[in-house]
Structures are given as C-alpha cells and as structure tokens.
Write a protein that binds this ligand. Structure first.
Ligand SMILES: Nc1ncnc2c1ncn2[C@@H]1O[C@H](COP(=O)(O)OP(=O)(O)O)[C@@H](O)[C@H]1O
Ligand SMILES: CC(C)(COP(=O)(O)O)[C@@H](O)C(=O)NCCC(=O)O
Ligand SMILES: [K+]
Length: 249
C-alpha cells in the first residue's frame, strides 16, 4: 500500500492507495502528526510499502514527520523536490526552488489533465493562482490570504470582531449585505475571494481566449465554485502531481 501526504500550512491531507494505485483504501484531513498516526492505525490491515509526500513546512517539521513515519511503519519515504522542468511543465520562477511545492505539483497535475493551457487555483491557508500555457510554460502566479487568514486578521487586529465557527458557517448561507458583525465579515471576505477568482479568469481570457481549463483545489474550493461553473473541481490535484513527481520506482 502507498501512503500519500500533502502537508499544508494548516492541515495534513493523507490517503492510502492499493499498491497498483487504482483504489483509495483510506483518507483524511488532520491537524497534527499524532492525529495522522491515529488515522492510519485505525485502518484495518494496513501494510505500507511506500510513502510519498509534499510539504510546504520547514525542513525540520518535514524531517520530524518523515522520521516518525519510518519508525512507525518501517517504510521508505520520498519527498517531492523542486525542479526547473518536469512532465512538460517549465517552472516560471526566477529561482525555481522558491515556488511552493504544493503549487508545483498542482500545476503538473493540472497540465497533465488539461493537456493544454490551464489556470490552477488553490484555496488553502493561502490562495494561489498559477498560469500554465499550452506549451507547458508557467507564466507565474499570485498569492493572497485565504479565508482562514482573512478572518483571523480581522479578529486579531480589531477589538470588536469576535464570533464563533458555527455562526461563521451560518452567515454564509446568504450573501446579502450583513446585518450582524459575523455576516458582514464572513460575506465580505468571501466576496474578496470571489473577486480575486474573477480577476484571474479575466487575465486567463486575455491570454488564451476561451481555450483553457480552470482547476479548483484546496479545502475551501467549494466556496468559490459557483462563480466558475466551467471549472473542474479536483480536490486531489496535488496528489495527481505527487504521483507524477514521485513514481514508485
Ligand atoms: N475536512 C476538513 N478539515 C479541515 N479543513 C477543511 C476540511 N474541509 C474543508 N476545509 C477547509 O479547508 C481549509 C484549509 O484548506 P487546506 O487546503 O487543507 O489548507 P492548507 O493546505 O494550507 O493546510 C480550511 O479553511 C477549511 O475551511
Ligand atoms: C503559497 C503557500 C504559502 C500556499 O500554502 P498553503 O496555503 O497551501 O498551505 C505555499 O505554496 C508556499 O509556502 N510557497 C512558497 C512561496 C511561493 O510559492 O512563492
Ligand atoms: K495546500
């Protein structure tokens, strides 16, 4: 069985595949290494033979997780590494190793699935947009705060914006102007996110007309999907790229 991990700034996304990679045997989203081990140990008949992971965390944190997995499951662990070029995609950063590896893998996955120009939008702790043209040339991208960062900045830097998670969720059932703080903030942040998305679409159209595929991924992708009905929502896009960057042999 193969263990795949996507270690973002807030959560670790994990899944276990059968050795032929055809079937997902288990998956989850956890907020700590310990919770990951618990999730894995709860899987009946777990027999890991290989682990591949991508991390945007520090080398220390990633190293600690790698050691933990090796100790717990006696498995070899391969980490995705930066590259100037792979699978027909050319990294557009001046210093290619500085491009977030989750972005890079989502780009590899997106270009592979689109077989042509694509715009990859990832909604995690941060929101990222990346433009890949039909020749696989990465034109660059944008980074802005995601929903969790936007709302937490308001909570942290104001005196009177305070509300709980349940109220936040309920506030998004409508997007009319808010008549309570929680509604005003949650809806305001969501509209910023959607505005960002629409701006990215305009830019993509200015480059490629209608001839491109939009991919939405990351934990908060569903918050924006209705403003991009033509988009392909691919929650495991990073894993698609991870399998390309870290094949079994
Ligand atoms: N099962 C889940 N567990 C945690 N967060 C989730 C889940 N499903 C959706 N989310 C949303 O996903 C966001 C985090 O996205 P994610 O792509 O995991 O971020 P990162 O890669 O930066 O850790 C959170 O703001 C949360 O609203
Ligand atoms: C932009 C990111 C913070 C996104 O991380 P995430 O929200 O997925 O946790 C990450 O890809 C990163 O740390 N990138 C390095 C900087 C860059 O891509 O320019
Ligand atoms: K991510």
């Amino acid at each position: 069985m193969i263990l795949e991990l996507d270690c973002g700034n807030s959560f670790i996304k994990w899944r276990v595949l059968a050795v032929n990679a055809a079937q997902v045997l288990g998956e989850g989203v956890v907020d700590s290494n310990l919770a990951l081990l618990e999730g894995l140990e709860a899987l009946k008949g777990l027999a890991l033979t290989f682990c591949r992971l991508v991390s945007v965390r520090t080398a220390e944190e990633t190293g600690a997780l790698t050691s933990l997995l090796k100790d717990a499951f006696d498995v070899s662990v391969v980490c995705a590494a930066p590259a100037r070029e792979m699978s027909g995609v050319r990294n557009g950063y001046e210093e290619f190793e500085r491009l977030g590896l989750d972005r890079w893998l989502a780009m590899l996955g997106g270009f592979h699935l689109a077989s042509g120009a694509c715009l990859v939008l990832d909604f995690g702790t941060a929101v990222t947009a990346d433009f890949i043209d039909a020749d696989g040339e990465h034109l660059g991208g944008f980074i802005c705060p995601g929903m969790p960062l936007m709302r937490n900045q308001l909570r942290t830097h104001t005196r009177k914006i305070r509300y709980g998670d349940l109220a936040a969720e309920q506030a998004l059932e409508s997007l009319v102007p808010g008549r309570a703080t929680v509604e005003a903030v949650e809806r305001g942040c969501l509209l910023m996110l959607r505005g960002f998305v629409l701006t990215q679409l305009e830019l993509a159209r200015s480059y490629w007309g209608e001839d491109f595929v939009v991919f939405l991924t990351g934990g908060d992708a569903s918050l924006v999907s209705e403003v991009v009905p033509q988009a392909r929502v691919v929650p495991d896009l990073v894993f698609v790229g991870l399998a390309m960057a870290c094949p079994l042999s």
